[in-house]
Design a protein around this ligand. Structure first.
Ligand code: MTE
Length: 318
């Protein structure tokens, strides 16, 4: 983000996804004869294995959920991260995040809703409704990944909390605890990390509250035990290790806006036509690929989400 981009994005040959791994999810499922099966996953049943998420898919409502792009190798998703609470280098989170204790975990909910209070993860997430969703993730630093997340639509969580009609925005905050998050000993950004959405963005079916990826619970460095994923926005909207949800009337001040408002806007929609003041957003480096590819408007999810921004000047509302 504000840190100078290093040229070490390129993974070594060993890190590049193997041919077998490159098989798309659809191909794998076709082979298994289960494309389109709508089976829920029961994490609480004694026979549950997180690995079953690959075999028990909910039917896809949106094409974007069922990407045939090659998925990024697990090793890269676990080892190349932005999570400043554990340091600002890409390798820092995987090195340092062992000190985070994601269980037990509570999330406080306040503001304009009928059901404020303190919730456990199990209170908020209906584990019977977990889905795997393969989404592109485009970081504002112009690299990208394709990640098979496991989670539920954020709208499912929000509906439990019953926002009032004057709730126009929602924001999320990450834990503040320098003992568990040693990077917080430094004021790189103003802690807690905070990100927000307009309510219609939050209620959009693509917006995911993730608790896992591939066939695993979220690793600490990816934001255990729960994090946001908004696939048409730059990756920094995906706030990790959430401990607070707040429903508000006014647009919230988010971490990156507070730090550099001319560089990071509230909307943060992926937009190849609007350059970051210090670099182009026209193309990106997909981790594991050689060469670069064009960045897609709304990260390729325009068909599903462009209507949310009808009539808005996307250069001004970046
Ligand atoms: N959440 C918190 N709390 N702290 C962070 O530094 N970094 C963001 C986002 N969520 C960040 C965060 C950025 S810039 C990106 S690109 C994504 O997390 C990276 O997610 P990943 O490391 O799981 O790929």
């Amino acid at each position: 983000m504000l840190i100078k981009i290093r040229n070490s994005w390129d993974l070594s040959d060993n890190d590049v996804t193997s041919e077998a791994h490159y098989k798309s999810r659809r191909e794998l499922l076709k082979t298994a004869g289960i494309v389109g099966l709508g089976t829920a996953i029961n994490l609480l049943s004694p026979s549950f294995s997180f690995a079953q998420t690959l075999k028990n898919q909910l039917a896809n409502e949106y094409d974007g959920r069922d990407l045939t792009d090659q998925q990024t190798q697990l090793k890269a998703i676990l080892g190349y991260n932005n999570f400043y609470e554990f340091g600002t280098e890409k390798e820092d989170p995987s090195r340092n995040a062992h000190s985070l204790k994601p269980e037990p975990w509570t999330v406080s909910v306040d503001g304009q809703c009928e059901n404020p209070g303190t919730y456990s993860v199990e209170d908020l997430i209906d584990f019977n409704k977990l889905e795997q969703r393969i989404y592109r993730m485009r970081c504002v630093e112009a690299w990208s990944m394709v990640i098979p997340w496991v989670g539920v639509s954020l709208s499912e969580v929000i509906n439990k909390l019953k926002p009032k009609s004057n709730a126009k925005y929602i924001y999320f905050e990450t834990l503040v605890d320098p003992e568990q998050m040693p990077g917080q000993h430094r004021s790189v950004i103003k802690w807690p990390y905070r990100e927000g959405l307009r309510m219609d963005e939050a209620m959009h079916p693509l917006t995911l509250m993730a608790v896992g990826l591939y066939d695993q619970k979220l690793a600490n460095q990816n934001g255990a035990p729960l994090r946001l994923v908004v696939p048409w926005k730059y990756g920094f909207k995906g706030v990790k290790s959430i401990v607070k949800i707040s429903f508000v009337e006014q647009k919230p001040n988010t971490s990156w806006m507070r730090l550099a408002p001319h560089e990071y806007g509230f909307y943060a929609n992926v937009n190849p036509n609007v350059a970051h003041p210090r670099w182009s957003q026209a193309n990106e480096r997909r981790i594991g690929d050689f060469g670069r590819r064009d960045t897609l408007m709304f990260n390729g999810y325009g068909e599903q989400v462009a209507h949310l921004y009808d009539g808005m000047n996307l250069k001004r509302n970046f």
